[in-house]
Design a protein around this ligand. Structure first.
Ligand code: HGY
Ligand code: MN
Ligand code: MN
Length: 405
């Protein structure tokens, strides 16, 4: 197998590590993530890297160089529910393959390479994003240690069971003085590269995003006996709210807003729902537009609730400003793509990535890889071996360009 075929085979192997047989679901600090990490550690060592696992549970693999500076490479190994096999693992596998090329040719760069396989980018289990890269960047909010998952296990206990010490999270904070930057390869998760007939693209910026948890609190009642004009139905208000969220997104160019989770209590066919809790995810490239629309969405929640004499509780879960990639690294990456014979299309990422947090430590760059139909966060997520080979060659060239800088 050539290097790209090995990357694809490794992504297939990792896809088997899941909490839910028949689909890919690999949450933070789960048994499936542990088993996936054990496999990845072996591949990292075969590529000549020394591997450790930090408190929060990230893998950190180091390939020494001849100089004192360090380039970070990475992506994540956790997944969403019913995920595709490339969102995260592709970036880790391409990085391992690029280091393996150096190791096999006994080539040392004038900088060390530290490869990070982040343990929680998606926030599937605890609803908080970027746990791994926050710990690295020193932006970890210790309040989330008390967050509980659906089974009532706290993040702190999950971290302990995964071999970490939640009281020592600060030890994971990496000093950035020696860093040249952070470089991540990731599937585009959008349709642009495919539409333009390009295998790879350069990320210029990552959109800003807000996440909220909203609960509508009404009154339970008998579905057969409470007259319609006497009801305080939490689900009716939630339904009107979801429509209002979609309307805001459709009337603001470039804005996306999603209600991805919705729970109805008590969830019985013959009981009027008294509580509905839901998630809201709002994103836009311009921070002021995003914040303005978030304000309007929160107003809708309260106004719609008041209109039906019920209550609305709005809990902000996370907020990230838009992040610009490092101009210097973007131009190096652009040059690497053009030297590989391809147009270097610049893109804004609508998806969030660990680079958002790592940008607090050092400049970031991302290489997007074309994915079929732009589909992601879905089992139909797919890339071609040919495009992965191009991404790997661009990565190797990027390392060479950085070395010559
Ligand atoms: O939600 C995102 O954009 C990323 O997949 N975590
Ligand atoms: Mn994702
Ligand atoms: Mn991802």
């Amino acid at each position: 197998m050539n290097d790209a075929e090995t990357v694809m085979a490794h992504c297939d192997e990792l896809a088997a590590f899941t909490e839910e047989p028949g689909r890919i679901t690999r949450p933070y600090a789960s048994e499936s993530l542990r088993r996936a990490q054990e496999t990845v550690i072996a591949w990292m060592r075969e590529a000549g890297m020394a591997v450790t696992r930090d408190n929060v549970g990230n893998l950190r693999a180091r390939y020494d160089g001849t100089g004192r500076s360090t380039l970070l490479l990475g992506s994540h190994l956790d997944s969403v529910r019913n995920a595709g096999r490339y969102d995260g693992p592709l970036g880790v596998m391409v990085a391992i393959a690029a280091v393996r090329r150096l190791h096999d040719s006994k080539h040392r760069m004038p900088f060390a390479i530290e490869l990070l396989a982040f343990a929680d980018e998606e926030g599937l289990r605890f609803g908080t994003t970027y746990l791994g890269s926050r710990a690295l960047a020193g932006t970890f909010d210790e309040a989330v240690l008390a967050h509980a998952d659906a089974g009532g296990i706290t993040l702190a206990d999950a971290m302990r069971s995964f071999g970490g010490d939640p009281s020592a999270i600060e030890d994971d904070h990496r000093n950035g003085d020696d860093l040249l930057g952070y470089f991540e390869v990731h599937i585009e998760q959008g349709p642009v590269l495919e539409a333009r007939g390009l295998p790879v693209g350069v990320v210029e910026s990552i959109v800003g995003q807000n996440r909220f948890h909203i609960t509508f609190i009404g009154e339970a009642g008998h579905a057969g006996t409470v007259p319609m004009d006497r009801r305080h139905d939490a689900l009716v208000v939630a339904a009107m709210f979801v429509i209002a969220v979609e309307h805001e997104a459709r009337t603001h160019e470039g804005l996306v807003a999603t209600v991805g989770q919705l729970e109805v209590h008590p969830g019985a066919a013959n009981v009027i729902p008294d509580r509905v809790s839901l998630s809201v995810d709002v994103r836009h490239a311009d921070d002021q537009t995003r914040l303005d629309v978030c304000g309007r969405i929160i107003d809708h929640a309260h106004t719609l609730a008041e209109g039906r004499e019920i209550a609305a509780e709005v809990l902000p879960v996370s907020e990230h400003a838009a992040v610009k990639c490092s101009q210097e690294l973007v131009s190096l990456l652009t040059d690497s793509i053009e030297r590989s014979g391809y147009e270097a299309l610049r893109l804004t990422s609508g998806a969030g990535h660990d680079g958002v947090e790592v940008s607090n430590l050092t400049g970031i760059a991302m290489l997007f890889v074309r994915c079929k139909g732009g589909v992601s966060h879905h089992p139909a997520e797919s890339v071609t071996t040919e495009d992965v080979e191009i991404a790997l060659d661009v990565t190797s060239r990027f390392l060479e360009q950085l070395a010559r800088r």
